[in-house]
Design a binder for this molecule. Structure first.
Ligand code: C2O
Ligand code: CU
Length: 491
């Protein structure tokens, strides 16, 4: 393979070359938008299993799934009503489930070495043993108190060193938390509220999902280092698991709950009519729930793992119009995301209130007990290339940050290339970006913030909720697997 010196001598790219699919791709805006099945209740069971699905018309694709679908079922819960999700692992590999954005006790937060073993490994003579798996089982119950603001979370695999390929193969689903105060707002709801998981993929000649092959020690095979190191990009854009889908809508407001579940791809979304006119994207919520007041965007950048809660008003365009959601940063076919076709006039009883929420926590800089600095940069890891936080790759047994329950802190994050930085357990506010005021899309309470190349971002949060061992990391999934993760101990 390439020597690490060669890999390190080039300035690392933010994202790699796009993997090219080796099967015919369908035209855009033909496949209907799927909506994942919905699960609710205090006790939920999900079987993680392999299925064959037809993502591209006529092409069978093997997937790893939560419950047989990609995305997995959308879990709907209410604030303060705990949910226990029992995950049984019928996949060929160990898994770990993390509820991204959940305010979850550490034992249910899905620590990367806290494995759910494959049910198939129990058989004598299989010969596969993972030394880290001593306390693990084939079914694992995770309890989520969900004592937190209403918002859309997501759940995904989080196994150490293997999160990226597991998410790529299909282990991701959405989880919506609702509450009464949000319901009193008369936002668009029912069929006019759409969870939208955007994720890029590439397909090999046999229909499987193409992914650069790596061996279990993370040694790259010749020729695949570069895309893997930078982060894996595909040439097919899926929304809710369908390629460039189309959805028929009423001429009315819709609430779009957008998640970027891509491993490494950033998008800059716009809503465009066929005549080129752009519609406003009215942001009402961020990763961790409603904003105080709506923010109007012409385009909306979204990094991996970020969510935006957006109102799009199809009542302002004639029936028969098509509204395309496009990625301004994308080239070729990766420019298109999905489309809406406005098929009928309709009454619209929804509204966008001027004040959406009055329970947003606001922390003052004067409350901060300490300021910490973290660099997110490429560097050497073992004999190869790694992505490091503060000069170090992830080590499960090293505590990187210790803080006390209830302390307010300011973190200054600085990046070499694009790194979407995520903190487990807490939401935070962006205080500044590049030494200036935050950007409009930094508004509200976030759990993932997009660091741009060379940029420094300051965030503020209170470490409250639970004591225990949590994580913070880059959410470019390949960067995360290549070391860009650290332990946060709350005592
Ligand atoms: Cu979305 Cu630590 O993860
Ligand atoms: Cu990164």
């Amino acid at each position: 393979g390439l020597s690490s010196a060669a890999a390190l001598s080039r300035r690392p790219a933010s994202t790699g070359a796009v993997l090219r699919s080796a099967v015919p791709l369908p035209p855009a805006f033909q496949v209907p938008l799927p909506l994942p099945p919905v699960l609710s209740g205090a006790e939920i069971e999900i079987v993680q299993r392999e299925v064959t699905a037809e993502i591209l018309p006529g092409v069978p694709t093997r997937l790893w799934t939560y419950g047989g679908t990609f995305p997995g079922p959308t879990i709907e819960s209410r604030r303060g009503h705990a949910v226990t999700v029992a995950h049984r692992n019928e996949l060929p590999v160990p898994t770990v489930v993390h509820l991204h954005g959940g305010r979850t006790p550490a034992e249910s937060d899905g620590y990367p070495t806290d494995l759910v073993l494959p049910a198939g490994w129990g058989h004598a003579g299989h010969g596969m043993h993972d030394p880290r798996a001593v306390t693990s089982e084939v079914t694992r119950s995770y309890t989520f108190p969900l004592d937190q603001r209403a918002t859309m979370l997501w759940y995904h695999d989080h196994r150490m060193d293997f999160t990226a390929p597991a998410i790529w193969r299909g282990l991701a689903g959405m989880h919506i938390v609702r509450d009464a105060s949000e319901e009193s707002l008369e936002l668009p709801s029912g069929v006019r509220e759409l969870p939208l998981m955007i994720a890029d993929r590439a397909f090999a000649a046999d229909g499987s999902l193409a992914y650069p092959s790596i061996d279990t020690t993370l040694q790259m095979h010749p020729g695949v280092q570069e895309p893997y190191i930078a982060g894996v990009l595909g040439d097919v854009i899926l929304v809710n698991g369908a390629p460039w889908p189309v959805h028929e809508v009423d001429g009315a407001r819709y609430r779009l709950r957008i998640l970027n579940a891509s491993n490494a791809r950033h998008y800059d979304l716009e809503a465009v009519l066929d005549d080129g006119r752009r519609l406003d994207l009215v942001q009402i919520g961020a990763d961790q729930g409603l904003l105080r007041a709506p923010v109007i965007h012409r385009n909306l950048p979204i990094a991996p793992a970020e969510r935006y809660d957006v109102i799009l008003d199809f009542g302002q365009v004639p029936v028969g119009s098509r509204v395309r959601i496009v990625n301004r940063m994308g080239s070729g076919r990766a420019r298109d995301v999905m489309a809406f076709s406005v098929v009928r006039k309709a009454a619209d009883g929804s509204r966008i209130p001027e004040v959406l929420s009055d329970d947003l926590p606001v922390w003052q800089q004067s409350e901060a007990l300490r300021v910490r600095d973290f660099s997110f940069r490429a560097g050497r890891m073992g004999n190869g290339h790694g992505w490091l936080i503060g000069g170090q790759p992830f080590a499960p047994d090293r505590t990187d940050v210790t803080t006390r329950l209830g302390d307010v802190e300011i973190w200054r994050l600085v990046a070499d290339v694009h790194h979407p930085v995520h903190l487990h357990l807490v939401g935070f506010q962006v205080l500044s970006r590049g030494g200036r005021a935050p950007l409009p899309h930094d508004a509200g309470l976030k759990d993932t913030v997009s660091l741009r190349p060379g940029e420094s971002v300051e965030i503020i949060t209170r470490f409250d909720g639970y004591r225990g061992r949590y994580l913070f990391h880059c959410h470019n999934a390949e960067h995360e697997d290549m070391g860009m993760m650290a332990n946060l101990e709350i005592t």
